[in-house]
Design a protein around this ligand. Structure first.
Ligand SMILES: Cc1cc2nc3c(=O)[nH]c(=O)nc-3n(C[C@H](O)[C@H](O)[C@H](O)COP(=O)(O)O)c2cc1C
Length: 359
């Protein structure tokens, strides 16, 4: 007898936690919801509660700064101090009522720091947002105190009731900067080999495991290509050895490998990275893919053909908080228009279909 087909509605175990279906909400920052104090606001709670209510299996709350200097902007959610725990506790409680597993993404901008928030620092003195300004190369002491900031934020996340955290290891931010050859030119134990470039995150993973316990989910969002798939997998293997429970694959700094996706493929290059990771890690570590999954059929196709373990939804679930019900039950839904710069962020004067629907 062949293996039974996995359905999108099937539960999955991640570490010791059961997620009720294969649909997860990707971290998607709400730039205009927080104030300068980085605390959760009622708008955040309603935003996530609504998506939990509509059957999302797991939500990864948006990029959350581990220090005020590492924020994207002054209105960025934070977990850099204990006073921020309470708001997260309410947010988690509201979503747990619907049986949704809750993670939170932890981040520092590093070299891409916003000068309004703090100086650009990173593994090496490479160009910052301003091509003419170089980042400050972090000393070993600075590396260690930055690692402590990530761990302290994870401990606060656990106190707030989160089931786990996701380290942001993608999209050119600090952990990504450590693994990428373009931004890490160090010759000490944090540069050179894959093991050394992954060390910054691996030491964070081990310390979180020690302080937050065996059943706390430790996930990482990691590039599927950096600058090749094989090299990105080598890094991810280090994360797994350090105790990472879940790999959520997205883009890195040097990720453009068009050979990954065949002509006529129903999913794009970025999704294909997750598919390749799943092929490699199958049966050992669950893997998610992301990007432009706007049709319920595509979400089902990816899981039912055993191409990935979970499907991570960004703009589809922003455009319609009930998108998961469209996937699970075939309910009607509002489709994301795939605007060139997502209009759910404060980027353009136009409104997302979801926001239009309400006004
Ligand atoms: C408004 C907006 C905010 C985002 N914020 C984050 C974030 O906080 N952390 C992150 O890793 N990715 C972030 N992303 C990227 C998404 O998680 C996702 O990878 C991307 O949108 C592609 O998936 P999609 O096609 O399903 O939207 C953001 C994307 C959008 C559109």
């Amino acid at each position: 007898m062949g293996k039974e087909m996995t359905k999108i509605s099937d539960p999955i175990r991640i570490n010791r936690t059961t997620v009720k279906n294969r649909l997860t909400m990707a971290p998607t920052v709400k730039f205009d919801y927080a104030e300068d104090d980085g605390k959760v606001t009622p708008k955040h709670i309603e935003h996530y509660r609504e998506r939990a209510e509509h059957q999302c299996g797991m939500i990864c709350v948006e990029a959350t700064a581990v220090t005020p200097e590492g924020r994207f902007c002054k209105t960025h959610l934070g977990l850099w101090e204990d006073g921020q725990i309470e708001g997260h506790r309410t947010l988690v409680e509201e979503c747990h009522k619907f049986g949704t597993v809750m993670l939170i993404q932890l981040n520092h901008t590093g070299i891409t720091a916003n000068p309004e928030c703090g100086p650009a620092i990173g593994p090496s003195a490479v160009p910052t947002r301003d091509e003419n300004v170089l980042a400050k190369e972090m000393s070993l002491d600075e590396i260690h105190s930055m690692q402590e900031a990530y761990v302290a934020a994870a401990v606060r996340a656990k106190k707030a009731g989160y089931d786990g955290i996701q380290l942001h290891g993608c999209h050119s931010y600090l952990i990504n900067q450590f693994i990428a050859l373009k931004t890490n030119h160090r010759t000490d134990e944090y540069g050179g080999s894959a093991e050394n470039r992954a060390r910054f995150a691996c030491e964070i993973i081990r310390a979180i495991r020690q302080q937050c316990g065996d059943d706390f989910i430790i996930s990482i969002r990691t590039p599927g290509v950096e600058p090749t798939v094989a090299m990105a997998i080598e890094i991810a293997e280090e994360y797994v050895k350090a105790g990472c429970d879940y790999l959520q694959v997205s883009t890195g700094i040097e990720w453009d490998d068009p050979t990954l996706v065949e002509d006529g493929s129903p999913y794009n290059l970025i999704c294909a990275m997750g598919v390749r990771f799943h092929e490699h890690f199958k049966g050992r570590v669950p893997v998610s893919c992301v990007n432009s999954i706007f049709e319920p059929d595509l979400a089902r196709y990816l899981v039912e053909n055993d191409l990935v373990d979970t499907v991570d939804l960004g703009r589809a679930i922003l455009a319609d908080p009930a998108f998961c019900e469209a996937v699970l039950q075939g309910a009607p839904f509002v489709k994301c228009f795939d605007c060139p710069r997502c209009q759910y962020g404060p980027f353009t004067p136009h409104k997302c279909p979801a926001l239009l629907k309400r006004s």
